[in-house]
Design a protein around this ligand. Structure first.
Ligand SMILES: C[S@@+](CC[C@H](N)C(=O)[O-])C[C@H]1O[C@@H](n2cnc3c(N)ncnc32)[C@H](O)[C@@H]1O
Length: 352
């Protein structure tokens, strides 16, 4: 196999060059001698070979040493847990920056340290493992967590869609499962829109929109003072002064933004539909709404559309449904969904 030879001093420059040419072979090991580093290269066409040689790098023939296949934490647990315990283990975990959050089913109580150590060993980018110690609950939608292994930390630095968010995973709700939705909604925003994010948490929706659309203005309302404080920090961290953070209850604060919004985001699936009055109040004559809710799998959009139609009929405005999608399955009978619709004030509503 061909290897690109580089002196130790030049190794990083050569590696970057090879990577730019897409010539680095990822399946074989980089090798070292006393003063040289040898990068395995994939030379699929003569042009690449010429380009490498032209850059002054010597290509030598060497026996390849294959990389060991990556072992998952599941592989590492084989032999450490019984088959029944392995079966009981929920596959996967939530990842906030380098903090992993695992589910410990009752059958695995007392074995969680073994699971956590396997996760740390298999994923060098993870430095802390926490376990869920209760359901998501209360108005702030937070949950209790227990430290299990690694560095004892609860504050995450999480990257998503080109932004960075700092927050205490125990004190503020943050769902990484919304990453796609945040990118989707951001892509729909017009350059100078006025956006209202209700239930803003540590600011992910608001900040991601504001970062891409520098001329937009985004009001972000959050009731949890920890969420609000982290959001303020995240606005600085991401250089998005066009986000206006507001501490308080959407029910009180909405009146300060009467007729403000071209777009309204309602990311609180548990009770978003009880805030339709506030959405109507903050909407301009015409505004798009993204409402998140839990819905029966068998009839995902029926109940929320009926509630919105009924609200429109009662309050004398028209709605136009734009699109809907399943955000994720939630239980055997329920899904988390999003419905996009338009509020058209001053137009006759359809009968509910
Ligand atoms: C499901 S979380 C969504 C957080 C965030 N938007 C995200 O995507 O990560 C709902 C958030 O709404 C906040 N909240 C609940 N009731 C509220 C209210 N009446 N007014 C403002 N915020 C509220 C909670 O504290 C929580 O942070």
């Amino acid at each position: 196999m061909f290897y690109a030879e580089a002196s130790e001093k030049d190794a990083e420059r050569v590696r970057r060059n090879l990577s730019r040419l897409d010539a680095l072979d990822k399946h074989n090991m980089v090798q070292h001698s006393d003063s040289y580093v040898y990068f395995p290269v994939n030379i699929s066409d003569a042009r690449i070979k010429k380009l490498i040689e032209k850059s002054g790098v010597r290509l030598v023939n060497k026996a390849a040493i294959a990389k060991e296949p990556r072992r998952t934490y599941y592989d590492l647990l084989d032999g450490k847990l019984t088959a029944t315990e392995l079966n009981a283990l929920t596959r996967g975990f939530d990842l906030f920056g380098d903090i992993a959050l695992i589910d410990v089913p009752p059958g695995l109580n007392g074995r969680e340290a073994i699971v956590a150590r396997a996760i740390l060993q298999a994923n060098h980018r993870i430095s802390t493992v926490l376990a869920k110690a209760g359901p998501i609950s209360g108005v702030f939608r937070t949950r209790k967590m227990r430290f299990i292994s690694g560095k004892r930390r609860f504050i995450a630095l999480h990257r998503e869609n080109g932004c960075t968010f700092r927050f205490d995973v125990r004190k503020v709700f943050f769902s990484t499962r919304f990453a796609f939705e945040r990118a989707r909604v951001t892509s729909l925003v017009g350059g100078r829109e006025r956006v209202m994010v209700m239930f803003a948490g540590a600011g992910p929706f608001a900040i991601e929109i504001a970062k891409v659309h520098k001329k937009s203005r985004v009001v972000a309302i959050e009731l949890n003072k920890f969420g609000y404080e982290y959001m303020k920090g995240n606005i600085l961290l991401n250089k998005t002064p066009n986000v206006i953070p507001v501490l308080g209850d959407v029910r009180d604060k909405a009146k300060d933004f009467k007729g403000f919004a071209d777009r309204i985001i309602m990311p609180m699936p548990k009770s978003s539909e009880t805030f339709l009055d506030e959405a109507l109040l903050v909407a301009k004559k015409r505004a798009v709404v993204h409402i998140y809710t839990f819905a029966p799998t068998a009839n995902q959009f029926g109940p929320i559309k009926a509630a919105i139609r009924e609200h429109a009929a009662r309050n004398g405005y028209k709605v136009r449904f734009l699109s809907g999608r399943t955000v994720r399955p939630y239980s055997a009978v329920e899904a988390e969904i999003v419905l996009d619709y338009e509020i058209l004030k001053g137009r006759k509503p359809k009968r509910a």
